[in-house]
Design a protein around this ligand. Structure first.
Ligand code: ATP
Ligand code: SF4
Ligand code: MG
Length: 348
């Protein structure tokens, strides 16, 4: 099915603000974020190279991209574990780096992260209750009894009853351990939870359980998520909007339904083609091949479009100029010189 898409180049800059539809100011506002790592004397690795996006309170903002595209680096900036090299990140209107240390710690508690490795945050010598209580102990919140009570409430919220409180990590399954990690995060009453590959290490059936738990907690507790995964199916399942990241840049940002139905960036199109299909290969219509080749090195960062070395539609323009952001449909943004033109050929 062909579709007519009006492309409006963003007037301001390549680092345009890719906003969702809301009247309220966003919970997170990222503007032209760069994170560079100095490697030795001469080399600079551009892990994040000019990323801008907003996350609205109550939404699930997905980030998808291959290994090494910079997703975890963005995640660490969002929860105050890493400072931007350039650019600004507003947490509910505040620049974390400008806060005094006490205020910084207090504000930062509102921005929590769940990592991939369920073992990671759990001390094998601590019971489940001690582990869940630990962030409250460190923050020195309330009396010991208050902290126990709060930890028990969080355990209940993640579906672990009181009989789990005295268990040790080795007595838990992978899914139960990840529930304990989520309970630990909930003790801080976060505004935003960044889930960085939070289900990647789990069996597929357990992944679904934990994703459902995240959805349930969002509604019960009014949470906002940034949900990061290299697995498009996982991100698409839970997200309201999805950002596609490639070599330290975002290349497409869109409400999830539009992204799946009419991906506009050649990289997103290739990702969608590599999704597992329920139809046997012999019955599928012939399609262009999915992504080939490796993500280039972020040390010798290319001029022009970051995707040019793997893009079947690349031209001389792509090597010379960074594509500006263009708007297709409402809330659907794409950074490709030929977006709309390649859309016509891809969506027949
Ligand atoms: N502390 C660091 N020092 C140097 N380079 C780093 C550091 N942290 C990350 N990098 C590099 O930055 C780039 C982006 O890494 P990042 O971990 O953000 O990617 P990712 O998208 O999360 O990948 P994955 O899917 O494998 O988790 C990679 O090239 C990585 O090697
Ligand atoms: S700007 Fe050029 S290289 Fe980049 S995605 Fe578009 S067509 Fe491909
Ligand atoms: Mg990562």
């Amino acid at each position: 099915m062909g579709m007519v898409i009006e492309i409006t180049p963003l007037q301001s800059s390549t680092a345009g603000r890719l906003q969702g539809q809301t009247d309220r100011s966003p919970l997170i506002a990222v503007e032209d974020l760069h994170v560079h790592f100095q490697l030795g004397r001469h080399d600079v690795l551009r892990a994040v190279n000019g990323v801008s996006f907003d996350v609205n309170a109550g939404e699930v903002f997905g980030i998808i991209g291959e290994s090494g595209s910079g997703k975890s680096t963005v995640a660490r900036v969002l929860v105050g574990l890493l400072n931007p090299t350039e650019g600004t990140v507003l947490h509910d209107g505040v620049v974390l780096a400008k806060l005094r240390s006490r205020e910084f710690r207090s504000v930062r508690r509102g921005y929590q992260i769940v990592f991939q490795d369920p073992e990671g945050a759990l001390n094998p010598r601590m019971t489940v209750l001690q582990s869940v209580r630990e962030p409250l102990d460190i923050a020195g919140v309330g009396s010991s009894q208050d902290r126990n009570q709060a930890a028990m409430t969080c355990l209940e919220q993640v579906g672990l009853g009181s009989d789990f409180a005295g268990r040790y990590p080795h007595q838990l399954s992978g899914g139960q351990k990840q529930r304990v990690n989520i309970a630990r995060v909930l003790t801080m009453q976060p505004k935003l939870v960044v889930c960085d590959e939070a289900v990647a290490a789990l069996d597929v059936s357990i992944q679904a359980e934990i994703i459902n738990l995240f959805s349930e907690l969002k509604y019960r507790l009014g949470l906002t998520y940034v949900f990061i995964s290299h697995d498009l199916n996982v991100v698409a399942h839970i997200s309201d909007r999805v950002a596609v990241m490639y070599l330290g840049r975002l290349v497409e940002v869109s409400p999830v339904e539009q992204l799946l139905a009419s991906p506009m960036h050649p990289y997103t199109q290739a990702l969608l083609r590599s999704r597992p299909s329920p139809v046997p290969a012999s019955l599928r219509e012939k399609r262009q091949p999915a992504l080939t080749g490796e993500i280039p090195n972020a040390i010798s960062y290319p001029d022009g479009c970051a995707f040019q070395s793997r893009c079947p539609q690349a031209t001389a323009l792509c090597a010379a100029e960074v594509p500006v952001w263009r708007s297709a449909e409402s809330g659907h943004w794409v950074a490709c010189h030929f977006a709309g033109q390649n859309q016509k050929t891809q969506s027949k």
